[in-house]
Design a protein around this ligand. Structure first.
Ligand SMILES: [Zn+2]
Length: 280
C-alpha cells in the first residue's frame, strides 16, 4: 500500500463498531498513501492530504490483498482468513506505485473493528493516543526508561507492565514470557527493578532486553495463537510451541540448569505463568 494511490473506496456499511466518519470514502479517494505505521494496536495509513486513516482490527478483522487478474491471495497465513464476501465491509481499490492495481479488502465477521480519519497534526492528542505509553519495539525502551517508568510503583511488576499508559502493546502472553526470560518474578513490586532514585539496574536492563527480544521473535514467527484459535483439527499455532512459560503449567522450566516446574496463578483476572525457582 505504501506509495499506492487510492482510486476509490467501496464502503459497504454505515458502521463497524462505530459509524464511519462522514464522507469517509470521498475524503480518501484519489489520495496517495505516503506511509504505513502502527501505534499500540492501531494501524495508521498516512495520506498525502495530511489525514491519517486509523484502523483497528477489533477481534476478528483482517485485511487481505488481491491483485488484479489473479485469484491468488497475497501473503501466507497460518489461519485461513475469512473470505466470506458478506463480511467484506471496505474495499480499497489501489493503483500501485510500481504499476498495476490491487484491492485491499477489510473483512470483519464480528465487526468489532473500526476506521477513523484524523488530521495527522491532531493524532498524538487524540483520546485514543494521548495516554499511550512507550512502544515495546522502539529504541526508546531501554533499562533506564523502564526504571524511570516503574520507580515508586507499588503494583506487582506484571500488572505494571500490562498498564498501557506505561508500555503500549504488551499483553498477557508477552509479559509472562519477558519476565521468565529476565528471571524476574511477576509478583515482585514494580519499583524494585529501579534504584530508589529511579535509576537503571541490572534488572531493568535485563527486562528491557527481554521485552524487545520476545516481541521481535513473536513478530518474526507471525504472532501468537491462543486456545481460542485452535483449529478444527486440533493443531495449534506455531508460536505457541515456542512459548517458554506461557500455558506450560506443571511442565519443567526450560531455563538451562533450572529444576523448577512452571506454576500458574491468577493475577488481575489473568493467568500468570512463572517459574518459582529462577524468577525472583
Ligand atoms: Zn526456572
Amino acid at each position: 500500500m505504501e506509495g499506492a494511490r487510492i482510486i476509490h473506496v467501496e464502503q459497504r456499511r454505515a458502521d463497524l463498531r462505530f459509524p464511519f466518519p462522514a464522507g469517509f470514502s470521498e475524503h480518501v479517494k484519489g489520495c496517495r498513501i505516503e506511509a504505513l505505521g502502527r501505534r499500540a494496536k492501531y494501524l495508521l495509513l498516512h495520506l498525502e492530504n495530511g489525514r491519517v486513516l486509523v484502523s483497528h482490527l477489533g477481534m476478528s478483522g483482517s485485511f487481505r490483498i488481491e491483485e488484479s487478474g489473479s485469484d491468488k491471495l497475497r501473503g501466507d497465513f497460518h489461519y485461513a482468513r475469512s473470505k466470506a464476501e458478506k463480511h467484506d465491509h471496505v474495499v480499497f481499490h489501489l493503483a500501485r506505485h510500481e504499476g498495476g492495481s490491487a484491492r485491499v479488502i477489510y473483512n470483519d465477521p464480528r465487526r468489532f473493528g473500526f476506521m477513523l480519519l484524523l488530521d495527522s497534526a491532531d493524532l498524538e492528542a487524540h483520546p485514543l493516543f494521548a495516554g499511550l505509553g512507550v512502544e515495546p519495539t522502539g529504541n526508546a525502551l531501554d533499562g533506564a526508561l523502564l526504571a524511570r517508568l516503574l520507580a515508586g510503583k507499588r503494583a506487582p511488576l506484571k500488572a505494571a507492565l500490562m498498564d498501557q499508559r506505561l508500555v503500549a502493546g504488551l499483553g498477557n502472553i508477552y509479559v509472562c514470557e519477558a519476565l521468565w526470560r529476565a528471571g524476574l518474578s511477576p509478583r515482585r513490586i514494580a519499583a524494585t527493578i529501579a534504584t530508589r532514585e529511579g535509576k537503571s539496574t541490572g534488572r531493568s536492563e535485563r527486562l528491557a532486553g527481554a521485552i524487545r527480544t520476545v516481541i521481535a521473535e513473536a513478530i518474526a514467527a507471525g504472532g501468537s495463537s491462543l486456545k481460542d484459535y485452535v483449529q478444527a483439527d486440533g493443531s495449534l499455532g506455531y508460536f505457541q510451541h515456542s512459548f517458554s512459560v506461557y500455558d506450560r503449567e506443571g511442565k519443567p522450566c526450560r531455563k538451562e540448569g533450572c529444576s523448577g516446574t512452571i506454576q500458574r496463578f491468577v493475577q488481575g483476572g489473568r493467568s500468570t505463568f512463572y517459574c518459582p525457582i529462577c524468577q525472583r
